[in-house]
Design a protein around this ligand. Structure first.
Ligand code: AMP
Length: 173
């Protein structure tokens, strides 16, 4: 299935020059959403995965569906100030700004093999901060998986050494 047909591009959001890849239109298509989650389920079923980690906020949607499909624990990487229990934190750069990500100190177990999920890989700043948090907890990122990749923003270079899987590429900045 060509899922790119379900992803809407919104020019100049949230600011001028950004081509925003909107996955809400993809989520409105049940078979397309199922196709993505079923594909990931097959990909990770036999990889001895212990937990799925989702990145705030659109990553949660895809990560929770995958965790459900694989019957695995779901751990959240959240923007700062959202998690109620004791957290660890890591600052990161977005394509359009900077922020801090947090995880609960008990979100993962030492030695856990995890899949890190987000909707989109751009500069890799978000995924790189999330990897640091996961590794601080003593867990291992087996693969980073995103629906969309913007290769011109060189996320793969920032995440060198990590396995990355994406489904749709757009040659935009
Ligand atoms: P980055 O940290 O630069 O890899 O940016 C990835 C994060 O920012 C993801 O959580 C995306 O949801 C969001 N993001 C960055 N650029 C875009 C874009 N062009 N369209 C949609 N989301 C984006």
């Amino acid at each position: 299935m060509d899922i790119s047909q379900f992803i809407r591009t919104v020019p100049d959001f949230p600011k001028t020059g950004i081509q925003f890849k909107d996955v809400t239109t993809l989520l409105q298509n049940g078979p397309a959403f199922k196709y993505i989650i079923d594909g990931w389920k097959d990909r990770y079923l036999d990889k001895k995965i212990d937990a799925i980690v989702g990145a705030d906020a659109r990553g949660f949607i895809f990560a929770s569906a995958l965790a459900y499909a694989l019957e695995l624990p779901l751990a959240l990487v959240r923007k700062k100030g959202k998690l109620p229990h004791t957290t660890i934190s890591e600052s990161y750069e977005l394509e359009y700004g900077t922020d801090t990500l947090e995880m609960h100190i008990d979100a993962l177990n030492k030695g856990d093999r995890v899949i890190l999920v987000d909707d989109l890989l751009a500069t890799g700043g978000t995924m790189s901060a999330a990897v640091k948090l996961i590794e601080k907890l003593g867990a291992e990122v087996v693969e980073i998986t995103c629906v969309v990749e913007l290769p011109l923003l060189k996320g793969r270079e920032k995440l060198a050494g990590h396995a990355i899987h994406t489904l749709v590429e757009y040659m935009v900045h």
